[in-house]
Every structure is written in C-alpha cells, then in structure tokens.
Write a protein that binds this ligand. Structure first.
Ligand SMILES: [Fe+2]
Length: 276
C-alpha cells in the first residue's frame, strides 16, 4: 500500500491520489538525510546514550519529555523540511503547516497521555475538521512492526464511532497551555474494530518520508517492543485545495467547527483562515 516516489510530476493528480487514500513514501534524498542527521545530533546534545534503549532508565519519561519539548518546531528542522517540500514539487507558495514534532514513543504502551506516549486509533481530521489536511511522518531511527505507526486502510472511507460530537480543540489547547494533559489530545474511537481488521504497519527507513491524507484511520502499534521509537511528523494544508474543494471524504466526523488556526503559511507565517 506504500507507493515509492521521488518527485511529484503532477501536483493535482498527486493530491487526487492522496485524497482517495493512497499513501506515498518519498525516497531518501540529501535533504531528508540531512534532516535525520540534524535531529539525531540535537537529540544527542540532550541525551547522549542509546536513545532506542532509553526505556531502561528510571527517568526515561523525563528525558523523553525534554527531547520532545526542546526539539518542537526547531528552526533548523523547519528550514530543511520546507526545502524538502519545495524540492519534491509540493509547495508552490500556498502551503500552510502546523508544528514540526519529534515524537518519542516508549517501548511499552503504558502511558495513556502526553505527546511522548503511543497514540490510539484516530483520524487526524477528527481534530481539525479539514479534509485537505495532509500528514507527513518519518522514522528517525529504524522502526519495527511492534513500535511504529499502523494503518487501517479499509476504514479510510468507512465510518467508525467516535467522540467528535463532543470534543473541542480549544479546550485541549487551553488545558495544554496550563500543563494539564487530562483532556484527550484528539477525539477518541468509541467502538472496537473487528478482530480480523486489516492492519498495515509502517516499516519505512530513516530518510524516507511517508505522506498520507489526514483522514486515514491510524494509530501507534500496541505491542510491547524492545525499542523506543523516535519519529517526526508535521501536517500541511494547501490554500488551492481549500479553494477548489479537493479533499478527502468526511465519513464520520461530527465536529461543529473547523480548526484552521493551528496552520501557518510556510512563506510568511500568516494563519490559515477559512472564509466559506
Ligand atoms: Fe495521527
């Protein structure tokens, strides 16, 4: 289900593919390799041990939190990722992005909160109500099936029960500002998927970058693993897609409002506004 790609030759076709559920893997490039090197170097400045084995330390959660907060939206990563978007032919000057996040997912799924923890089944569009949203995700070191990201591709356009009718991004953001992580960071799945549900783990290599619609149903893997996972992620949205209504289907999101304000224009940092 992962389609290898180096450069986008027809942006409109590419978006059409993304919004119909196709998932692309951008191949290693000088820029993507530089990005991985930069992230690794900056992690090492904070913790110089073997980061994948950090879960054996008593204070692993504190170190993870430190890494995540110090590297969040780092200017060097933003610059490289912006170069990457330009080089692959994605950003034509009308792209907005949210924050560049380096995530540290523990070897065990025992932290039900905070950005360092593994994440339950969700669609990113449940958080924003914007169906032009595109996700970028990449491992910083090797990932294994037991601790990576999982797709549930058969549910891309099939509804599942969820809490979007009651969840509010503004409440989450206000609580987070106060250091309160008790409110869920995103709406939750409200049903069990059948045991025979098709699950596709992502095992791409560092330097490769995954690109998919924010409407895909996905999660972190649930198993106990030998390794802590380090990955990065960011979301983008393009003004042209909003204006031309090129978008993924909304099959089950009942959010009352759209939440464009987490997106800022890459070129001038102006906030995304939805007028219609
Ligand atoms: Fe997600």
């Amino acid at each position: 289900m992962f389609i290898p790609i180096e450069k986008i030759s027809d942006l409109q076709e590419f978006k059409k593919d993304i919004f119909s559920g196709k998932v692309f893997v951008f191949q290693k490039s000088k820029t993507s390799n530089d990005l991985i090197t930069q992230i690794k170097n900056k992690i090492q400045n904070i913790y110089d041990g073997e980061i994948e084995k950090i879960h054996y330390l008593k204070n692993s959660e504190d170190i993870s939190k430190d890494i995540v907060s110090k590297l969040k939206n780092h200017e060097d990563f933003r610059k490289l990722f912006s170069n990457f978007l330009f080089e692959i032919g994605y950003n034509k000057g009308e792209t907005f992005w949210d924050r560049f996040v380096v995530r540290v997912a523990p070897a065990e799924n025992n932290l039900p909160y905070r950005e360092a923890s593994r994440i339950n089944i969700h669609r990113d569009t449940w958080g924003t109500n914007l169906y032009q949203q595109i996700n970028w995700w990449a491992p910083v070191s090797n990932v294994e099936e037991k601790n990576t990201m999982i797709f549930y591709p058969d549910y891309f356009d099939v509804p599942v029960k969820n809490t979007t009718s009651t969840w509010d991004l503004n409440i989450y953001l206000a609580n987070r500002k106060k250091g309160d992580f008790s409110y869920p960071s995103a709406p939750q799945l409200k049903q069990d998927l059948p045991s025979n549900t098709k699950m596709v783990p992502v095992t791409i290599k560092p330097g490769e970058i995954l690109c998919f619609s924010g409407a895909h149903l996905h999660s972190s893997s649930k198993e106990k693993s030998e390794n802590t996972r380090i990955s990065f992620e960011i979301r983008t949205i393009c003004e042209n897609d909003i204006n031309s209504s090129a978008q993924a289907p909304n099959v089950d999101c009942d959010l009352q409002w759209k939440f464009p304000k987490i997106f800022k224009k890459i070129n001038d940092n102006s906030p995304l506004k939805i007028t219609s």
